[in-house]
Design a protein around this ligand. Sequence first.
Ligand SMILES: C[C@H](O)[C@H](O)[C@H]1CNC2=NC(N)=NC(=O)C2=N1
Length: 122
Amino acid sequence: MASSAFQFAEGEDAQQLARDADALLQQGWAQDGDGMGVTKTFHFKTYFKAVAFVNMIAAESASKKHHPTMTVRIGSVDVHWTTHRPRGFTQKDVTMAQHCDQGADLMGAVDPGQGLKCGPTI
Ligand SMILES: C[C@H](O)[C@H](O)[C@H]1CNC2=NC(N)=NC(=O)C2=N1
């Protein structure tokens, strides 16, 4: 199964989490290097949209007390979700990853090739 290498945190419903993890992989998320989280890059046509996406995730993170690692570039945002305590992949990561997908739609995320890139355009 695709999610078999995930390291679920203690106390998680492993069967449910395995299903949710598989669904995330179908949605373009990838397992991180140690199997304790998921990553995805979202692409945008403007830097402002990328930053607006980050701020939207930040608001939900503050409200849910669960925080990602994010790298903002001119036309994309890398998002990484993992849980520090208890250590591993959790339902919280799933919920927040799903929230990112919904937020990306609202912010007008585009396909990878369509995102704003640095450098000359001609
Ligand atoms: C007290 C506070 O809620 C905890 O430290 C939260 C904060 N944000 C967090 N974020 C993430 N990604 N994992 C955590 O375990 C975590 N713990």
